[in-house]
Design a protein around this ligand. Structure first.
Ligand code: C5P
Length: 328
């Protein structure tokens, strides 16, 4: 086999409810992942030793050494090949990026997921998607979802997935890309600090589990819950209801680190979006539109409003990482 190419989607979180920090530094989540039609492409070919080349959107900010998440995924898969089997050879990985870097859209995890799917095929490992997802979870919290795609509930760090049963509704989104990046660990740490400050102000005993979600607004400090109104909106396939029930506990932290986002979110809502939220840890903003035509209008107006670096129209849900058939 000469090589394998895999196309992999970005994600949004329609709900992102964040619990208190765990002993390992991660936070327990309840999230509703939603794969969108913004794809990176990852190609692998046999090589003397592992290497990576990155081109496209934000390529100069992606490490081109062993810190690259796709190369880390390759190494993790090699280590997971059962004892006794031949050690898989080296690979050269070529990543063509359309998903912006450090934008809250899980581009790095997507590239890792694509590399796993590609090498599983190239090396004829025969691992199931579940087994690949377990390998991927060691590389990044969103890797398992980038393989699964669709709309799914994530728990734990985000790696424990249950597909959401929903009608085949296609949602039309406009993404507003920011002129800058946010560091995911910094956004989580800022959320912890904001919650601690709120608790101190309220005279509560230290309790980090407070924030923007329904759970947090209720004042209760415990593990996050799946948002029933969002799930019911998704089951109904009613975009207006979905738009009203989007939520992201990381949003306040992202906005405090990147204040121009407040203006971007407000502009999208004023221009008629059904709902708006920061994507994951940001700084991308996502706006839900009623139809493809409304998304087109919204994208044009947002772009003219000067509240972001650029815009893109995408649809969701889309399938997870998939091998691109070769041209032959
Ligand atoms: O798993 P991933 O590498 O994508 O996570 C990046 C960082 O985001 C982690 O190092 C951690 O600081 C933060 N994170 C977290 N809780 C999660 C997922 C990510 O605190 N559930």
């Amino acid at each position: 086999m000469t090589g394998v190419t895999v196309r992999v989607p970005a994600k949004l979180n329609l709900q992102l409810a964040v619990g208190p920090p765990r002993a390992d530094g991660y936070h327990d989540l309840v999230t509703v992942f939603h794969a969108i039609s913004l794809f990176d492409e990852v190609a692998v070919v046999p090589a003397g030793r592992d290497g990576v080349a990155v081109s496209g959107e934000g390529a100069d900010r992606v490490p081109a050494d062993r810190d690259n998440l796709a190369l880390r995924a390759v190494a993790a898969l090699r280590a997971a090949v059962p004892a006794g089997a031949a050690e898989p050879a080296g690979v050269h990985v070529t990543i063509t990026k359309r998903i912006p870097v450090a934008a809250g859209l899980a581009g790095g995890s997507a590239d890792a997921a694509a590399a796993l799917v590609a090498c599983n095929e190239l090396w004829d490992c025969g691992l199931s998607q579940q087994q690949l997802a377990e390998v991927g979870a060691k590389v990044g919290s969103d890797v398992a979802f980038a393989m699964l795609g669709g709309t799914a509930v994530g728990r734990g760090r985000g790696e424990l997935l249950t597909p959401a049963l929903a009608p085949a509704t296609q949602y039309h989104w406009v993404l507003a890309f920011a002129d800058g990046q946010l560091s995911t660990p910094e956004v989580y740490a800022t959320l912890d600090r904001l919650r601690a400050a709120q608790a101190a102000q309220a005279g509560d005993p230290p309790s980090p589990a407070r924030g923007g979600s329904a759970r947090a607004r209720s004042g209760k400090s415990r593990s996050p819950d799946l948002d029933a109104p969002l799930m019911s909106a998704l089951r109904s396939g009613d975009a207006a209801l979905v738009g009203r029930t989007l939520s992201n506990d990381l949003q306040a932290a992202a906005v405090s680190l990147f204040p121009p986002l407040r203006k971007t979110l407000a502009a999208g809502l004023e221009l008629g979006a059904l709902g708006a939220l920061v994507a994951g840890s940001g700084p991308t903003c996502a706006f839900l539109a009623r139809s493809a035509d409304r998304a087109l209008d919204l994208a044009a107006s947002l772009s003219g409003a000067g509240v972001c670096r650029s815009v893109a129209r995408v649809m969701g849900p889309v399938p997870g990482a998939a091998i691109v058939p070769s041209a032959k």
